[in-house]
Write a protein that binds this ligand. Structure first.
Ligand code: 5GP
Ligand code: ZN
Length: 113
């Protein structure tokens, strides 16, 4: 999609520190990490948020969740991490190409802020 930052990363037009790439998903380190591990996992195909992705493509949703677990395991946090999908601007979503934040490597508080 034109003017989508994460579509530009998928296309290779904007560089990113990619930690996983397959036919369906890429994962790359967040530019402003909030924890020792902070990786964004996204489908190659553009969907605005996790709700749209789940409605449009259950298979792509499962592929995204599997990739998140793979990333967490590869980063050494497979048994303790948080997977966050901010959905909507009022919930903190700033990039409207669905992305899961894989966050860990430190104590995580609950409830989140
Ligand atoms: P959101 O706020 O939409 O849930 O998450 C967007 C995330 O994308 C933020 O954590 C932000 O730091 C990250 N981000 C924004 N621009 C870039 C970029 O150009 N490269 C990378 N790697 N991350 C980005
Ligand atoms: Zn996009």
């Amino acid at each position: 999609m034109a003017d989508c930052l994460f579509c530009s990363i998928v296309a290779g037009d904007i560089p990113a520190d990619i930690v996983l790439s397959n036919d369906h998903v890429i994962a790359f380190r967040d530019i402003a990490p909030q924890a020792p591990v902070h990786v964004l996992v996204i489908p190659r195909e553009h969907h605005a948020n996790i709700g749209e992705l789940a409605t449009n493509s259950p298979q792509a949703t499962a592929q995204l969740l599997q990739a998140a677990q793979e990333v967490a395991a590869a980063e050494g946090i497979g048994d303790a991490y948080r997977l966050v999908f901010n959905t909507g601007a009022d919930a903190g979503q700033s990039v409207f190409h669905v992305h899961g934040h894989v966050v860990g490597g430190r104590d995580m508080n609950w409830p989140p802020g």
